[in-house]
Design a protein around this ligand. Sequence first.
Ligand code: PXL
Length: 283
Amino acid sequence: MTSPASVDTSAPQNTAVPALTLTIAGSEATGGAGAQADLKTFQELGTYGIVALTCIVSFNPKDQWNHRFVPVEAQVIADQLEAIQACYAGELKTVKLGMMGSPVTIDTVATALDAQEWDNVVLDPVLICKGQEPGHALDTDQALKAQLLPKATFVTPNHFEAEQLSGLTINNVEDLKAAAKAIHEISGAAVLAKGGVRLSGDEAIDVFYDGETLEVLSAPKIGEHAVSGAGCTLAAAVTAELAKGATPLEAARTAKRMVTEGIKNRKESHAPFDALWQGGALS
Ligand code: PXL
């Protein structure tokens, strides 16, 4: 073992103590989505980012960029969470839940969440990601709804997920409002339901509802080209802002701004979608 490096006390010290933010999420190897997007967002918003990995997704360029999905073994997920929770016991109060991928992972994560109190549990209910066939993992969807949704204090469904969770069909803003209200009723959480490019019109519309305030958040749509990482970044930004003490509505507004700017600054690649970039988005 090497001994810790000695600290030069004459050097300027950064005295700010960052808020802790944990993401329990999958790796998306190309860096656009998943844990990579979460960590970049946490860093950009000034929180201390921590990751427990649930799975590894590698797009397949030889097969239309479809997802190759490998779950992390349940015991290894439990081990990561044990290390993290012991390391920051009493201080870690904010967690984001991203892609889980299997019922056994959801079970493992739910057990770890039950081991402590949380101020903020932000659930990005990733049911499918770009390129995947809808509905191939019904058992995972049901486990997420039964075991994680009730623990959430804030949930960020996209158009498809909002339809799945609410049981409603969403064709316009009024439908999106109804879905946000329905998801609040079943979860008790603040809801930021994303219309994204799925609703027609020139604006990208999201609906916030927390049981009291209903607010439509709107920003001009930026092109028609698909961008990955928007959902992950939105939920991660909400997580960081909540950890820093923002109200849910303030967190939603800041997150929407970050995603809009991040899409403007997107990174092009050889994949059929660009990747949102968080760098400098709010500075
Ligand atoms: O964008 C949803 C998402 C979340 N997490 C991981 C992903 C994706 C989509 O590709 O790969 C790990």
